[in-house]
Design a binder for this molecule. Structure first.
Ligand SMILES: [Zn+2]
Ligand SMILES: [Zn+2]
Length: 304
């Protein structure tokens, strides 16, 4: 039986409470083509290894689902750019554990925040980050099946990775750039000062991305509206069309040839029913090229 391919590949962040192996079923129920998960406790440095049973159950559940792309999001505790050697060592160990888990589960994308230079300066922060990434890659030559995905950030505090130039400097600084890709978070990008709203701004943003990074590096989108104003450097996600960005960027996203085929992951502050409605809304817009009425989505607390 032939089914028609959806024009966009879209899903959301999915809970792993009760066990990571429960997430593919939840993602499938929501109607996801893509799913993002945490593979370990976000608030703790310590974690127990996955069992063979959990690994087999996750792989089986995914194979039986409609999911096409799965991405893991690393722990917020991790800072690979830290000037403090002890914190950097802890971060590297935790990140290596994240990489091992993705490899075991067959998760192909590991999304991470570049980190914070903590007043050591952007240049030093990038150098430290690249050193950490080189060591991690050298320790795991057998885990090239997992692409390491640098997420663009809003630029709060001393966070690295606000601009495409900074992401390019990281990719120029690592020894194995072929193991890396980029995730653009629409909320972060807008809050970082990239105009995704006007037609001209949208064009110049992707011209810059292509010039500095190359569109083939673009592995994922985090699709979020922003509670923070344009160029506010604030990382505060809003439901689609309900924030400062409005609907225009999302219409661009699902209709522009350069972006519409890239896997998309919602991280909006809502529940599974809300995600399902936002996914349908994006698919409708992709199919018609017109903006349907805003999805009726409940606001709820987001951990993202
Ligand atoms: Zn994000
Ligand atoms: Zn965010």
């Amino acid at each position: 039986m032939k089914s028609s391919e959806p024009r966009v590949t879209v899903g959301c962040h999915v809970s792993t409470s009760g066990g990571v192996e429960l997430s593919p079923g939840r993602g499938h129920e929501i109607g996801c083509d893509t799913m993002q998960v945490f593979t370990r406790n976000q608030r703790s440095w310590r974690t127990r290894p996955l069992t063979d049973e959990e690994i087999a159950a996750f792989r089986e559940a995914r194979a039986g689902s409609r999911l096409r792309t799965v991405m893991s999001h690393d722990s917020y505790l991790i800072n690979l750019a830290s000037p403090d050697e002890e914190k950097r060592g802890k971060s590297m160990a935790a990140f290596e554990d994240e990489l091992v888990r993705c490899h075991q589960l067959g998760i192909e994308l590991l999304n991470f925040h570049p980190g914070s230079h903590l007043k050591s300066g952007v240049e030093q922060g990038i150098a430290t980050l690249c050193e950490s990434l080189d060591q991690i890659c050298a320790h795991h030559p057998d885990k090239r099946d997992v692409t390491l995905v640098l997420e663009t950030v809003a630029g709060q505090g001393t966070n690295i990775g606000r601009t495409f130039e900074e992401i390019a400097a990281i990719l120029d600084g690592v020894r194995e750039p072929e193991r890396f890709a980029v995730c653009v978070d629409t909320c972060h990008c807008f809050a970082a000062g990239y105009d995704l709203v006007s037609d001209d701004g949208w064009e110049s943003t992707w011209d810059a991305f292509d010039r500095l990074l190359g569109l083939d590096r673009l592995a994922a989108f985090h699709v979020n509206d922003s509670k923070g104003a344009f160029d506010s450097r604030k990382d505060r996600h809003a439901r689609l069309g309900r924030g400062e960005m409005g609907v225009a960027p999302f219409l661009h996203l699902v209709t522009d040839e350069r972006t519409r085929s890239v896997p998309m992951f919602l991280e909006t502050p809502t529940d599974p029913a809300g995600y399902a409605a936002e996914i349908v809304w994006l698919r409708q817009m992709a199919a018609t090229g017109e903006i349907p009425p805003l999805p009726d989505v409940e606001e709820s607390r987001s951990r993202l």
